[in-house]
Design a binder for this molecule. Structure first.
Ligand SMILES: [Cu+2]
Length: 107
């Protein structure tokens, strides 16, 4: 998945979270095993212990893998995340929070 970082929780909280405006996901599989497309949106994600967020900041474009285990206490966590080049173009088509509206145009 890809998206833009909006916010990162303080590093000392028990369950770290990162808010990402993610692109549309065509192949999200829900708890019943149904494939349910998800529109682009900003939402919080839990993060695996192993993921280093020290080089990640709001405004960064990122690529990440969401690990889903519906039997776990926290069913979905980001297990891998990397920062993409700043010029990476993301598509937030269908989103209720378009990138241009939040950041203004021209950068
Ligand atoms: Cu979402």
């Amino acid at each position: 998945m890809r998206g833009m970082v909006r916010q990162i929780s303080e590093p000392d909280v028990e369950e770290r979270q990162i808010w990402i405006h993610h692109e549309a996901i065509d192949d999200f599989v829900d708890i019943r095993g149904n494939t349910v497309p998800m529109d682009a949106m900003t939402m919080p994600f839990y993060i695996a212990e192993s993921v280093d967020l020290t080089q990640v900041a709001p405004g960064d474009r990122v690529s990440f893998r969401l690990d889903v285990d519906w039997s776990a206490g926290v069913p979905a966590r980001i297990g891998f995340l990397e920062v993409l080049p700043g010029e990476t173009r993301l598509s937030f088509e269908g989103s209720d929070t378009p990138e241009s509206a939040e950041h203004g145009d021209g950068h």
